[in-house]
Design a protein around this ligand. Structure first.
Ligand SMILES: [Zn+2]
Length: 246
């Protein structure tokens, strides 16, 4: 392939620009905020699930408490009713009196047991409510940290995208100076190796950092200025300049 030395030198400008673009795209993909956002989103989802579970538990306990309290009320009402009968003096048979007193005593024991149950449920409910409150505070905190990380990501994205936009808009001015077949070879090598063209500098290919053999340098020296030469090692287009050491 042949191309004017000036067009070949433009490949170095293009390679520099493309390397900058690659670096920016890499930075965009690997922003530390992205991993942070991913981790925080997972934590937020986990805390939200925990809140639902804790609220369900607190709700169940509230229902249990209401049920236990109504049981206590029912027993208390029976005690009151029996006590009134006892106080009224209407029950006169000693046998009936004894039976009524024994029923009151039994109901009072039952009431005490049920009140114990209510207290126990209230304690568990307090713990469950405190857990809901703590989890909600944690969710707020995680959500705040997540929003801050998203803001930092968006700011970084905007800066990177601006630079990418500027470089991309500069690219056609460079490619316009390069013939189509040379540009196609450059793109092919860029696809294969990441960088399409490299400078021959002091006898070294700056693409793969290999020092060329005397034989290779001699054959490049012998090649016409408009001959497109390649690195024998990495196959990239090797661009000759005043610093090539030829
Ligand atoms: Zn090379």
């Amino acid at each position: 392939m042949k191309a004017a030395p000036e067009a070949q030198k433009r490949l170095l400008d293009l390679a520099e620009l493309d390397t900058s673009l690659d670096r920016l795209r890499h930075r965009r993909r690997t922003l530390p905020e992205l991993a942070e956002i991913d981790e925080l989103s997972k934590r937020l989802a986990k805390v939200s699930t925990q809140i639902i579970a804790a609220e369900t538990e607190a709700g169940d306990l509230a229902r249990d408490q209401a049920k236990a309290e109504s049981d206590v009320d029912a027993v208390r009402a029976r005690v009151d009713r029996d006590q009134k009968r006892l106080d009224s003096g209407q029950v006169s048979s000693p046998k009936d009196l004894a039976s009524l007193q024994s029923e009151i005593a039994s109901l009072q024991r039952r009431q005490a047991d049920l009140e114990e149950v209510v207290l126990e449920i209230m304690e568990r409910r307090e713990t469950a409510d405190a857990r809901v409150t703590a989890l909600k505070a944690e969710r707020e905190e995680v959500a705040g940290t997540l929003r801050a990380a998203e803001d930092r990501r968006d700011t970084a994205f905007a800066e990177i995208d601006k630079e990418i936009g500027e470089l991309t808009s500069n690219r056609p001015a460079i490619t316009a100076d390069i013939p189509a077949d040379l540009l196609a070879l450059y793109e092919k090598m860029r696809e294969q190796t990441g960088v399409g063209a490299a400078m021959l500098h002091g006898g070294r290919c700056l693409g793969c950092r290999t020092s060329l053999s005397i034989a290779d340098l001699n054959s490049i020296r012998a090649a016409a200025h408009d001959e497109v030469v390649r690195c024998e090692e990495c196959r990239r287009i090797l661009v000759r300049t005043a610093e090539s050491g030829l």
